[in-house]
Design a binder for this molecule. Structure first.
Ligand SMILES: O=C(O)CCC(=O)C(=O)O
Ligand SMILES: [Fe+2]
Length: 359
């Protein structure tokens, strides 16, 4: 695919199998979005309305190449982080970090559930708060390895956050909302639930298609995802069938979260997805993902905005409870905890997907 940055990570992995049904994600180019190319901007709105998932090709501009190259370096960092003994990772256990708020830090395998039956998730992850990385808050407990790599994390966060703002600005214009509406709810130096997440799912072996992460929609605004092996699946609109999203070198996978559904009165889509053990020969490999989650600032209320195309969206007579962004994240993030698991907590932690009629 042309100018793909060199990456040893791809070269050493078995290929994604050719015979599988894959989701028809459109590829947008960051270089064209940066130029405010009208056709690319229109395509962005279309993707955001129809599937809520698209590829973002990063190869045609300096910031894109930097983001991609930082992601490859962070892959090495996350491998080193997860390879540490559990006792060392416990320094940043999510039950103790930030006074035990339970959201940031290391989540060990099995400490959250995937469904209302209480099936444990089959991955571990490490959630690193944007506000910690950019110095907006008191530093959180972290292993020295992570602290030593704050410059790399910072470079990634500043770039990912900036490209997120660009996409929000373009969507804001396309939706004809008052200028700045979306961008001003996602400022870098305001406290928010933005974070970098490392995810590791141990190999389960060929022929095993166990689910490793719950079916879900993302809670926030925009997700910038890097993965190297298959396993991510989406449910296409109007269908219950799950189809794979093929990882493409040089591209990030972008998806919209529940906040965008709320802000747009349902015009934009936050699509259901889940993760399985990778397909074909990839099943013998440990699967890593790297994610930047952009979310509304903590005190933003998750409700529809006024103006532009949002006005044309049907209004429901049902009065829905309103949450601030922070309350929404805690409700959704902590419902699936394994300790003290109750099916109703898991059900209550679900997002906008429950309200959607097309799936
Ligand atoms: O690992 C992946 O490919 C997807 C992860 C994901 O959906 C998430 O962390 O919200
Ligand atoms: Fe997700």
């Amino acid at each position: 695919m042309g100018d793909v940055p060199a990456s040893p990570a791809w070269a050493s992995l078995p290929p994604f199998p050719d015979h599988l049904t894959t989701a028809p994600l459109v590829t947008l180019h960051l270089s064209k979005l940066q130029e405010h190319d009208p056709a690319e901007q229109a395509a962005l709105l279309k993707c955001a309305k129809e599937l809520g998932f698209f590829y973002l090709n990063l190869t045609g501009c300096t910031e894109g190449k930097q983001l991609f190259s930082d992601a490859q370096q962070l892959l090495d960092l996350e491998k080193r982080f997860f390879a540490m003994p559990d006792e060392e990772k416990a320094i940043c256990d999510r039950d103790t970090v930030e006074g035990g708020s339970g959201y940031y830090g290391w989540k060990k395998i099995g400490s959250a559930v995937m469904d209302s039956k209480g099936t444990p998730e089959r991955h571990e992850n490490y959630t690193i708060k944007k506000d910690d990385i950019v110095g907006n808050c008191t530093p959180l407990a972290a292993p020295q390895l992570i602290k030593d790599n704050f410059p790399l994390l910072r470079s990634f966060v500043l770039n990912a956050q900036k490209q997120g703002i660009l996409m929000l600005q373009l969507l804001n214009e396309s939706l004809q909302l008052p200028p700045g509406s979306l961008e001003n709810m996602h400022r870098l130096h305001a406290l928010s639930g933005d974070h970098v997440r490392f995810i590791r799912a141990p190999a389960r072996g060929e022929g095993n298609s166990d689910q490793t992460a719950a079916e879900h929609t993302d809670f926030g605004s925009l997700t910038i995802l890097f993965n190297w092996l298959g396993g991510l699946q989406v449910q296409l609109p109007g269908s219950k069938e799950w189809v794979y999203v093929r990882p493409i070198p040089g591209c990030a996978i972008i998806n919209l979260g529940d906040a965008m559904v709320k802000f747009s009165g349902g015009l934009l889509r936050s699509n259901m997805h889940r993760v399985l053990n990778p397909p074909g020969k990839q099943a013998n490999e440990t699967r890593y993902s790297l994610v930047y989650f952009s979310r509304p600032e903590d005190d933003v209320v998750m409700r529809r905005l006024e103006g532009g195309l949002v006005e044309q969206q049907p209004k429901s007579d049902v009065v829905e409870p309103e949450y601030t962004s922070k309350e929404w994240i805690l409700r959704r993030g902590l419902g699936p905890k394994t300790s003290g698991f109750k099916p109703e907590n898991w059900i209550n932690s679900r997002g906008t997907e429950g309200a959607r009629s097309t799936v």
